[in-house]
Design a protein around this ligand. Structure first.
Ligand SMILES: [Zn+2]
Length: 273
């Protein structure tokens, strides 16, 4: 069923808070979605930390990353990442750009990402690298010009994740939830991969066949809905949790069972990641 604009804004605000809550994003980084009613536009928050984003914060952009109207507020400087990927890839419905700490050892050494456990398959095997220096020389490393965003989108190609040498990661998805699933579990995989490398043995990756099959877990099982409910509960348990319809928190609005609520209370402690 098609989403209303209000539902889309609520889902995208929750997505922003989830990637923050799960340690993928801090004050920087951003999540966008293609406009639910107009594929020639996308929604991206005004410039603020994702953990604070509300459904009212989104600005509508065209695919050249120009706001539909003067927003009168600060905007993310790296929004061309989103616009140029939506322009190049009609199948992409959501984009997240982040600088997750778990990825930084790989990005600083230009080491390949490989899936080392089943859920890490969402990042693919050896996703492409992009280095702004190669095409644009010395910059402040921010992707702010349309040609820089277009270059990054070319590097992404038909894949779902591109690694940005000495900067961060950009992830695409077929939906907001798909994109967030990729972000959280690829960051978890990067952390495991780096830790495994520290043991000093060679790291065993999934085979291409295993990665292809395991990469479908989120869409072919209840995994995506299960993870989204869990992450939503963790966001709702935080002070200042995102309010859902009717002034309820996302947790109470999701009609959780008493058993799940008890688990929720336990899991409310922040994760170390
Ligand atoms: Zn960045």
């Amino acid at each position: 069923m098609a989403k209303t604009l209000l539902e889309a804004r609520r889902e995208l605000a929750l997505a922003n808070r989830i990637v923050a809550s799960e340690g993928v994003i801090d004050a920087f980084g951003h999540v966008s979605m293609r406009h639910p009613n107009d594929p020639g536009r996308y929604l991206l928050s005004r410039s603020r930390a994702p953990e604070l984003v509300t459904p009212e914060d989104f600005i509508e952009y065209d695919l050249d990353s120009r706001p539909a109207r003067d927003p009168g507020v600060g905007q993310y400087s790296e929004r061309v990442i989103h616009g140029e990927i939506y322009k190049a890839r009609p199948d992409v419905m959501a984009v997240c750009h982040h600088h997750a700490p778990a990825f930084m050892p790989l990005l600083a050494t230009r080491s390949d990402y490989v899936p080392v456990f089943h859920l890490g398959a969402v990042g693919g095997i050896k996703p492409p690298y992009w280095d702004q220096q190669d095409e644009f020389g010395d910059t402040n490393m921010l992707v702010v010009k349309p040609e820089e965003g277009a270059s990054l989108a070319r590097a992404l190609g038909e894949g779902w994740m591109v690694l940005m040498n000495r900067h961060g990661v950009t992830v695409a998805g077929t939906s907001v939830k798909d994109c967030i699933f990729r972000c959280v579990f690829s960051a978890m995989n990067a952390e495991y991969q780096v830790r495994a490398l520290c043991i000093g043995h060679s790291v065993a990756s999934l085979t291409p066949g295993e990665a292809q099959l395991a990469g479908q877990i989120s869409t072919q099982t209840t995994g995506l809905a299960r993870a989204w409910e869990y992450w939503s509960m963790r966001v709702a348990n935080k002070a200042g949790g995102l309010k859902a319809e009717g002034g309820k928190t996302a947790r109470t609005a999701s009609k959780l069972t008493p058993a799940v609520k008890r688990k929720a209370a336990k899991a409310g402690t922040p994760r170390r990641r």
